[in-house]
Design a protein. Structure first.
Length: 383
């Protein structure tokens, strides 16, 4: 498959934050109606829904969408950890690509504050979880190894948080809008040495959506964003034979497949939205995506290459660190951001002249495997 025949017709999101009083249906309304209006469609025009959610109750997606009038169509719910939303997007695109459906809604929803007060608790039945290895612990170990092997500094990791908080100033839907300094980041409470509080993403409540259809088939083809490729992989068995940290290989392997399918190289991409649940995560991911060599991720962010105004901005939305991380909605929020960037609709955070964008979402946390799932998609400006 070449991906040349599919496009994003419309996108939408709610605001992100701790919004317990709104609930899933209200958040879903905000995101889905915006996406439908953007695509020039009615709820009755949708042929199928692929949805991502992690902690939702059974029937969450159907209950959220029935109030909008999306009924009597297939609704397929996907749980793929943090990559649930982009996994739903991947399947929506595939279903259009093969001609199974014509107008598909990719949807993500999560109301995190209904389930957690803070960090997500590890699953006791998982060997890592039984030892208390929540995600901050796993990323903390990666950061410690990077400091030892490559000389990545605390200041370089803090620069990721500083950059993404600065980017979020231009994103009115982000959870955090207050800029921080390196000193403030490093002075915040220690969570999992060497990762401090301001180097961790916040839980959030939000919804996000994208309408996917054939390229050139919408009511305004000039507003479409072409889906050049979409790759989805689960991680290899974690047998400790790799010299990379956890999560590096699954991102690199998925990106290689996405670049090949799209017929591009990493140097062709103008703007990225990546999974920065923790500061070291963005450093590792930029390496695995090919923006720099192994061990150079800290120096990359320090150089300004990934900042707005740099050669290849990463997370102009503010990323998970500033937008917040409602697991099921995160990937589709990334998709929406790149769609806005390629249309020139990103206002104060706009990357000038962006024509190609990439999204990477990695979900993990299962002992014995290098990540539950990773999705990398390459999008292109049409109009």
């Amino acid at each position: 498959m070449t991906g040349a025949g599919t496009a994003i017709w419309g996108v939408g999101t709610s605001a992100f934050g701790k919004q317990t009083s709104l609930g899933g249906p209200r958040l879903a309304w905000q995101a889905t109606v915006e996406a439908l209006d953007d695509a020039g469609l009615q709820a009755s025009d949708i042929d199928a829904v692929y949805a991502g959610t992690v902690f939702g109750d059974p029937g969450t997606v159907t209950r959220c969408l029935q109030q909008i009038g999306i009924v009597e169509v297939p609704v397929i719910t996907i749980e793929n950890a943090c990559a649930s939303g982009t996994s739903a997007f991947h399947e929506a695109r595939e279903s259009v690509e093969i001609g199974r459906y014509e107008r598909v809604l990719a949807f993500g929803i999560e109301t995190m504050t209904a389930h957690f007060d803070g960090a997500i608790s590890p699953i006791a039945s998982d060997p890592d979880g039984a030892q208390g290895y929540a995600m901050p612990s796993i990323y903390g170990m990666s950061a410690t190894r990077y400091k030892y092997e490559f000389g990545v500094t605390d200041e370089q990791m803090a620069e990721v948080a500083v950059k993404n908080r600065r980017h979020a100033i231009g994103n009115p839907r982000a959870q955090h809008h207050k800029t921080v300094t390196v000193e403030q980041v490093l002075g915040s409470r220690m969570v999992a040495d060497p990762i401090t509080l301001f180097q961790c993403c916040s839980i959030a409540d939000a919804a996000a959506a994208a309408v996917v259809g054939p390229l050139g088939g919408s009511r305004d083809p000039r507003g479409e964003v072409a889906i050049r490729s979409s790759a989805l992989r689960s991680g290899r068995l974690w047998d400790h034979t790799t010299d990379k940290v956890w999560g590096w290989d699954i991102v690199a392997d998925t990106a290689a497949r996405a670049y090949e399918e799209a017929g591009v190289s990493v140097g062709d991409i103008d703007v990225f939205e990546v999974h920065d649940a923790f500061t070291i995560g963005e450093i590792i991911t930029t390496e695995a995506l090919g923006l720099c060599e192994l061990g150079e991720g800290g120096r990359l962010v320090e150089s300004g290459h990934t900042s707005l105004g740099g050669l290849q901005p990463v997370n102009p939305s503010g990323g998970l660190l500033s937008r917040g991380h409602p697991l099921g909605a995160t990937g589709l929020a990334q998709i929406a951001e790149i769609a806005w960037q390629l249309r020139g609709m990103a206002a104060d955070r706009q990357v000038p002249g962006a024509r190609l964008g990439a999204v990477e979402t990695m979900g993990g946390g299962t002992a014995g495997i290098d990540g539950n799932a990773c999705v990398v998609t390459v999008l292109e400006q049409v109009g």
